[in-house]
Design a protein around this ligand. Structure first.
Ligand SMILES: [Ca+2]
Ligand SMILES: [Ca+2]
Length: 187
């Protein structure tokens, strides 16, 4: 059991890295769309929850929201996105995000936000970089390639200290969903 749960995400991650390199050379114009979702996952054995709505593209449409709740030094902590700076969506050849059908299945972004640690106030100028994979339904409790996944490269405080970093992991609960950009036939 231990070996399976460790090896499968690693294989999936390695495959994603290899395939995404091939896919990125085939498309000059990254597809647009948006991704929504909410989930719980394990980050270094600690439960993390998040909810989001994020648009992709060179100049991502509003609104963009991302809330992450986690534990830091034994206390409740929260990150609240205030600005999505870059958001790149791609279509992985081996992942099917349907339903619904969407031109993308992967979103990689970074931005700034507010960070609250313990009972303290929410401090501005926190930063985040992350990547989200939508591998269809139900989104969690499945195998690799059919289970949504997340990686949080970092959440830093205003001084650049890394507060949270989560390696690639499959979702435990919840679901991510990619969508076409509504109201735009070209997408
Ligand atoms: Ca795909
Ligand atoms: Ca999904």
């Amino acid at each position: 059991m231990e070996d399976k749960t460790t090896i499968k995400p690693l294989l999936f991650a390695a495959s994603l890295i290899l395939s995404s390199g091939i896919a990125s050379t085939a498309s000059a114009n990254p597809p647009a769309g948006r991704m929504t979702g909410g989930s719980t996952f394990l980050c270094n054995s600690e439960a993390v929850t998040l909810g989001f709505q994020l648009h992709c593209g060179n100049n991502p449409s509003e609104p963009n929201t991302l809330e992450i709740n986690f534990t830091y030094n034994g206390e409740a902590a929260a990150f609240h996105l205030t600005e999505l700076i870059t958001s790149t969506c791609t279509n992985h050849p081996d992942i099917d995000p349907a339903p619904p059908a969407a031109p993308i299945d992967t979103l990689e972004g970074n931005g700034i936000g507010k960070l609250r640690l313990g009972a303290g106030p929410a401090e501005s100028d926190a930063t985040i970089q992350f990547k989200l994979w939508d591998a269809g339904e139900p989104g969690s409790s499945g195998e690799y390639y059919t289970t949504d996944a997340i990686r949080i490269d970092y959440i830093t405080d205003a001084f650049g200290n890394t507060i949270l970093s989560c390696p690639f992991v499959l979702l435990q609960n919840g679901n991510f969903q990619t969508h076409r950009l509504t109201g735009n036939q070209s997408q």
